[in-house]
Design a protein around this ligand. Structure first.
Ligand code: FES
Ligand SMILES: [Fe+2]
Length: 339
């Protein structure tokens, strides 16, 4: 916990990189969730994520460790471990120590790949995942081949960034746009969905006014997976992924997926405009200076023009082991009254 954020780190699946950033045979040191970890990809393409300390005599697997087939090999005495942390080879021993034969001894963490992203499961007490990363159908759609990726490091925490989406009043003052309505929202355990539809009038390439129906769907699946699906005169999907690095630092990744529109098309310009405004002052870069320095107030003073901030907090509270404010009463205000 940091001085600015009384909450512990939330548990969940979090993006720890793009799949194509980790080649077969590669071993990388990474640092998320306030821990050093070693990430590797085996010969068959499986991803492994482990504690860096070799359980033999403690050498660091991320400094000189190599992939051998389906295992990672320690640089010190060449013991090998599979992605479950089970010893697969000790080149100078007549047998694997019986106590550890077939049993994991290298500490590993749950990891998976979906939506072209590598996901790590973080849980402060090492409990197994209680939900899965949701696969997005557009990823494998042969028409949706365009990807654009962006990344920022922000001095903040996952809840603060997620809460920004329901803070409807700030859209006008930070982003210079009309308040974005929350839309129709449902909460189902770890999943929050909200949908807004409307219509806009825009000028097409020939200057004619065209009315376009638009639809925006936002889904949050646990603390670390969120996406926004836009439908209108161009359709696109935006994954907005926030991963804790330590108590007051997160990596934010935006991944846009869409059809490749011809360069001179209306949709191409529209897509570029959408990306520029979502990443720029109309979006993340408008928020970052606020996020960098703001405090999380357990009992904010809210007015009737604020969005459903406390309802959102109630939803997000489920991702904290021991509650969002450990040692204090769980619920700061009468949530029913504000939801
Ligand atoms: S310390 Fe890793 S094999 Fe000995
Ligand atoms: Fe914002």
């Amino acid at each position: 916990m940091s001085d600015r954020f009384p909450m512990p780190m939330p548990y969940g699946w979090f993006c720890i990189g793009h799949s194509d950033e980790l080649a077969v045979g590669e071993v990388r040191n990474i640092h998320y969730f306030d821990r050093d970890m070693v990430l590797f990809r085996t010969a068959s393409g499986r991803v492994g994520l482990s504690h860096p300390a070799c359980p033999h005599l403690g050498a660091h697997l991320g400094h000189g460790g190599t992939v051998q087939g389906e295992s990672i090999r320690c640089p010190f005495h060449h013991w090998q471990y599979d992605t479950d942390g089970v010893i697969t080879n000790i080149p100078y021993a007549s047998r694997i120590p019986p106590k550890w034969e077939g049993k994991p001894c290298l500490k590993t963490y749950p990891v998976c790949e979906k939506n072209e992203v590598i996901w790590a499961w973080y849980h402060p007490e090492d409990e197994a995942p209680d939900h899965e990363v949701i696969a997005l159908e557009e990823i494998n759609d042969p028409a949706w081949t365009a990807r654009q990726r962006f990344q920022w490091t922000v001095n903040s925490c996952p809840q603060e960034i997620a809460e920004n989406g329901v803070d409807v009043a700030h859209f006008k003052f930070v982003h210079g746009m009309e308040a974005v309505p929350e839309g129709e929202t449902t909460y189902d355990r770890h999943i929050r969905r909200s949908r807004v539809s409307g219509s806009r009038t825009v000028n097409d390439a020939s200057g004619n006014e065209v009315r376009i129906d638009t639809r925006v769907e936002v889904v949050q699946n646990g603390a670390g997976q969120k996406w926004v699906r836009f439908s209108g005169f161009m359709d696109y999907l935006l994954q907005t992924l926030v991963t804790p690095v330590n108590d007051d630092s997160v990596e934010v990744r935006f991944i846009y997926i869409h059809q490749p529109y011809p360069e001179d098309s209306f949709q191409h310009l529209g897509m570029q405009f959408a990306i520029d405004s979502t990443n720029g002052q109309g979006g993340v870069e408008g928020d970052i200076p606020i996020w960098h320095h703001k405090f999380h107030l357990r009992t904010p003073i809210l007015c009737d023009g604020d969005g459903p901030i406390m309802r959102f907090r109630k939803y997000f509270a489920q991702f904290y082991v021991g509650g969002p404010y450990p040692g204090e009463d769980d619920v700061p205000v009468d949530l029913e009254a504000v939801s």
